[in-house]
Design a protein around this ligand. Structure first.
Ligand code: ZN
Length: 317
């Protein structure tokens, strides 16, 4: 059947306000809002998806914005940093842009060879990085606020903190088709396919406190699998590892299974298709609230509950 896992599919995080979230990710970072929908498990809350032009796996960051939710805490057993890939030559552009919107950032530093890292946070404290590199051949989103030569190409890596890395490493390499591709100090980098967008950094941080869920924290990390057949095969491997996966759930744009990895992070395995053009045209993604069929009869009520959002184009050009 070949490789069952092909990399990162998406990262889903928790935010404290819908408009702030739109302003930060669509506005300041210039990602494409590829879907406005609702949390299928809590329909009174939005589910926003951001990504590249088509919302390709490896570029998709999604949020549940719970209005006014208190902040969580970064720590062990949590995915603490989500890193975006940008061209090396865009460093000055991005530092200027972060300054323009009063976003504090840490001094640029080199991590592995030929990658310059700049850490910053969104307004809820979600850990983010821009990784300046020339290894990434993907195209950035050309029709947002960021000129194409500087645009975010998708994820570069994600960073998970663990008490120890061994059990998580075992799951990644034995059940999820990953290989250890680099290590430095307490950082171990894994990938299913060795290119930007797919790196999983497991950082041993036994001395840090345990993470606490809340706004500004990641809810789960989803891996990509080609189709439902490969998804079933992964599910069986997870069952055999006694990690108790959920049944296959229909998320409209993909199907999913969920399970908790040994260190405490919620993992998902999502199919690469059918994708985001299933319920609206590809050139109009994210422009209107889309509901799955089962919630369509409640549209009027839900539209009243959800905070209206605007795009504020003038402020982010
Ligand atoms: Zn998910």
């Amino acid at each position: 059947m070949g490789q069952l896992i092909t990399g990162i599919h998406h990262v889903t995080a928790i935010a404290s306000g819908a408009q702030k979230n739109i302003d930060f990710y669509r506005g300041i970072l210039g990602l494409r809002l590829i879907k406005q929908t609702i949390n299928f498990d809590a329909p009174e809350v939005y589910h926003f998806y951001y990504g590249d032009e088509a919302g390709n796996p490896g570029s998709i960051l999604t949020f549940f914005p719970y209005e006014g939710l208190v902040r969580g805490r970064h720590g062990k057993g949590m995915l603490n940093t989500t890193a975006f890939s940008v061209p090396l030559a865009s460093l000055d552009y991005w530092l200027e842009r972060l300054k323009r919107y009063n976003i504090e950032y840490k001094t640029p530093q080199e991590r592995f060879e030929e990658e310059i890292v700049v850490y910053f946070e969104d307004e809820d404290g979600l850990g983010l990085e821009l990784i300046f590199n020339d290894k990434d051949t993907r195209a950035g989103y050309a029709n947002g606020y960021i000129p194409e030569e500087y645009a975010i190409k998708g994820f570069y890596n994600v960073e998970i903190w663990e008490e120890g890395y061994e059990r998580t490493a075992g799951l990644l390499t034995e059940q999820l088709d990953h290989m250890l591709i680099a290590e430095k100090g307490n950082r171990f980098r894994f990938a299913a396919i060795n290119n930007p967008g797919n790196y999983i950094d497991v950082v041993c941080s036994p001395d840090s406190m345990r993470g606490l869920s809340g706004s500004g924290t990641v809810h789960h990390l989803a891996f990509a699998t080609p189709n439902q057949e490969t998804q079933s095969a992964v599910r069986l491997k997870i069952v055999k590892r006694m990690l108790n996966p959920t049944p296959v759930l229909d998320r409209n744009y993909f199907t999913s299974i969920y399970f908790r990895e040994p260190g405490g992070v919620l993992f998902e395995v999502a199919t690469s298709g059918p994708g985001f053009a299933i319920d609206e045209p590809g050139d109009h993604l994210g422009e209107a609230l889309k509901l799955p069929e089962q919630f369509e009869p409640r549209r009027k009520e839900l539209e009243k509950t959800l905070t209206p959002i605007t795009f504020n184009d003038a402020r982010y050009k």
